[in-house]
Ligand binder design. Sequence first.
Ligand SMILES: Cc1ncc(COP(=O)(O)O)c(C=O)c1O
Length: 383
Amino acid sequence: MLTSQRALFDMPRDVCYLNAAAWSPLPLAVQEAGRRGVARKGRPWSIDQAFPSRECERARNAAAHLINADANDVALISSVAYGVATAAKGLTVAPGSRVLVLQEDHASPVLEWMARSAEGGFSLETIERPGDGDWTEALLAAIRRPGAAPVAIASISWIHWSDGGLVHLEKVAAALRAQGAALLIDATHGAGVLPMDVKTLDPDFVVFPTYKWLLGPYGRAFLYVAKRHQDKTPLEQTAFGRRAVRAEQVTYFADTRYLPDARRFDMGERDHFISLEMASIGIEMVSGWGSAPIAERLGMLTARLVDGLTGLDLVIAPTHVRAPHVLCFALPERVADGLVARLAAENVHIAARLGRVRISPHVYNDEADIERFVAALRRALSP
Ligand SMILES: Cc1ncc(COP(=O)(O)O)c(C=O)c1O
């Protein structure tokens, strides 16, 4: 089994950080890349002109590798919301059709469609949280509901950010495909930790940022765009999104046709090379460990956590409907109020999301962290 990677982080032993789903710490190597990048920008005359585009391709390749995509199908963007806006700008959603989202999903895969539904004449259908926690079955039922309007697209998280629920994507993708509907996956809490193969899954769009599970900086995210959507208009108009609009040429606007692949969707100022190298190194580290070993280790830690909570009156979803690395459960109100702050005062860091606590370990965590959290929670729950 993958061992704890704590030594690669600036994480003192007395810190119990179980909050990767909010934001991860940067590995030492990523911090070092950031410092290097700042020093480079401090002396721009030393930067080789080809350096930014080399770094763009390095990050694009690293991100593509996580989901088994071709680098040509991946755009460099800034956030999940940017990716969803890009998808929505290009996609024709027929009036009268349905766009499916999950109840209380993160705002980024939802709000774009909400903002467009009235003008576009389509309905936004929010799939309610199922009592048994099985988002996959709830989605399948909504997609196949007899007599319902056709589905245009499902814009959904792979792993629900506030309850840790896991969507089994293959089943949902197949059901959508059978109707000719599109699939946008917010892979924020999955990319790098769980395997994804876009070549077999064939989603329309996959989007994920670097600052959580990929151990990278803010402001860096990636958008996979299936080839069938690569003729669409990007969100922003940039020189590098076109075939030949270059400052080095005598004629600036020599060829304004868009690039033929997903690079046309790259965001403005994508060359911000400080965060680019940081993002690449974080992703390369995650890839180096591999999603299966990471998931195995994190699954072991959350299983230990569930064992440690045995006997307490807590409702924890069964393993087949939840992610191995994000554990969420509700607590009695008297305990929940102020719990995150109380634990943080003891240097135990977790999150509260929509009435649940969320515990999200990463490769720097170990059994001692889990035991420490369990002991702290048991103290909080004791009358
Ligand atoms: C499921 C999910 N999607 C997206 C985001 C972040 O979105 P954005 O990059 O648009 O800020 C988060 C952050 O918590 C999230 O949990």
